[in-house]
Design a protein around this ligand. Structure first.
Ligand code: DQA
Length: 138
């Protein structure tokens, strides 16, 4: 099985960014620990701050990958275009958030993406990604 983690804008700053919300761990070492935890899964990682690049990546892998774990960051709450990209491909997508977006500002309560995803995992810190990977293991 191969799974792709896609991180959206500002998530390249994990470990430096608003540590009280997102923690003090940067993503790359965490991702390496996920690869060790799930040696049977081919795990790939892509990050972009650009909406178009995220859409291009979904198009590129979205007919071949076994699953996409997508944290679209703030685009979650704004991007009909990413929602359409998720609907356009055949690969199932799990929406992930580090923080509990429902306990935050009202603008973060709505996701354009969720209705096109198989599920949403939010609020478990970086463990949200681990839970999303586990959701693909039957
Ligand atoms: C986030 C939540 C979003 O509201 C925010 O814009 C992010 C990160 C999360 O992982 O908690 O950039 O997706």
């Amino acid at each position: 099985m191969n799974l792709h983690v896609i991180n959206g804008p500002n998530l390249n700053l994990l470990g430096k960014r608003e540590k009280s919300i997102y923690g003090d761990e940067s993503f790359e070492p965490f991702f390496a620990s996920l690869q060790k935890l799930f040696p049977e899964i081919q795990l790939e990682y892509f990050q972009s701050n650009s909406e178009g690049e995220i859409i291009d990546k979904i198009h590129e892998i979205g007919f071949e990958s076994d699953g996409i774990i997508l944290n679209a960051g703030a685009y979650t709450h704004t991007s009909l275009a990413i929602a359409d990209a998720i609907a356009a491909v055949t690969t199932p997508v799990v929406e992930v958030h580090i923080s509990n977006v429902h306990a935050r500002e009202p603008i973060r309560h709505h996701s354009y993406l969720a209705k096109n995803c198989v599920g949403v995992i939010a609020g478990f810190g970086l463990n949200s990604y681990r839970l999303a990977i586990q959701s693909f293991i039957r």
